[in-house]
Design a protein around this ligand. Structure first.
Ligand SMILES: [Ca+2]
Length: 314
């Protein structure tokens, strides 16, 4: 069988919990240089310490082949930052030589996505993404001593097959990973913690650009931890998939003791082109100034290490 996915991370060996996932290809430009890329400057850190690479006016990346029997979604996490006097034209994006869209990123990193019809996907040959954009030269504008021609800042790229999620092609998302916000569009998540997980707000959402297969017996598994360290405050994890509740489980551990929670996906859950998972913690932990447990005053749902959708009991 052809591979549908692999994820590349080279700087944290611990997080490779599962074998290669064949349904998507993820690339973090900050840390990974294994794929052929042209027209990008060396890695640097933004003022928010996010790794990225500036592009020049023409740039490209070659990703490996991805199963061509389904279409795919291309996700880009990028931003653009230029002096106000610079008129920025949209970035033109093509895929294997065909235009697939334009991007007008803001000055904050945001994820944009593009539909890649299956006719454009290469199964065995590399898939080439090309960017074309206007540039500016900070030194020439007198705003710094940087003489480079700068286009946009790219953080990461993900090419995700639209193959339905089933027992043989599960979906896997590692929170706290460098590309997690691209691999599953995240809402209601706080910034990554250094040890590869994220806290959520009282409610959060993961949008997966793949449908659930029609087959029965699928389940969602999360590795999570309770936020409130006070054992007298009982907190429950409440999950819904595509708007249908799939269960409520008490969060049993605290501090650093993550635990695995399973939720069956009933057949009543609609099968949609994208799958929306809503995660709620009831009640959330909203620390009071008198709490001696913490110096963290955020409203916290729970901590989540990873999420998986696949066959039961694997
Ligand atoms: Ca993790």
């Amino acid at each position: 069988m052809e591979d549908l996915r692999f994820t590349v991370q080279i700087y944290n060996v611990q997080k490779v919990v599962e074998a290669r996932d064949p349904t998507s290809i993820s690339l973090n430009l900050g840390y990974h240089f294994g794929f052929k890329a042209a027209g990008f400057y060396d890695t640097e850190l933004t003022t928010d310490y996010e790794p990225c690479r500036w592009s020049s006016n023409e740039s490209s990346i070659e990703l490996p082949g991805l199963d061509g029997s389904q279409g795919a979604t291309l996700f880009l996490r990028l931003r653009r930052q230029a002096p106000e006097s610079v008129a920025l034209l949209p970035i033109r994006i093509s895929f294997n030589g065909n235009p697939v869209g334009e991007s007008k990123p803001s000055s904050r990193f945001e994820v944009t996505k593009y539909n890649i019809p299956r006719a454009l996907l290469n199964g065995k040959e590399p898939n080439r993404i090309e960017f074309s954009c206007s540039t500016f030269n900070p030194a020439r504008l007198g705003s710094s001593d940087d003489f480079r021609e700068l286009g946009f800042m790219l953080h990461s790229v993900n090419l995700q097959s639209e193959a339905p999620i089933n027992a043989s092609l599960p979906y896997w998302l590692d929170f706290g990973n460098e590309t997690d916000a691209v691999d599953g569009e995240l809402r209601g998540f706080y910034a990554k913690e250094p040890v590869s997980y994220r806290w959520i707000e009282p409610a959060a959402q993961v949008l997966v650009s793949r449908p659930l297969a029609a087959e029965p017996g699928l389940e969602i598994t999360l590795r999570a931890v309770k936020s409130c360290p006070d054992p007298n405050l009982r907190q429950f994890l409440v999950l819904s998939v595509n708007g249908v509740d799939v269960g409520k489980k008490e969060l049993l551990d605290r501090w650093d003791d993550f635990r695995i929670y399973n939720f069956s996906i009933p057949k009543e859950v609609p099968r949609l082109p994208s799958t929306v998972i809503r995660i709620r913690v009831d009640p959330p932990w909203i620390p009071k100034s008198t709490d001696y447990y913490t110096d963290d005053w955020r409203a916290l749902g729970c901590g989540i290490d990873w999420l998986r959708i696949g066959g039961k009991g694997e």
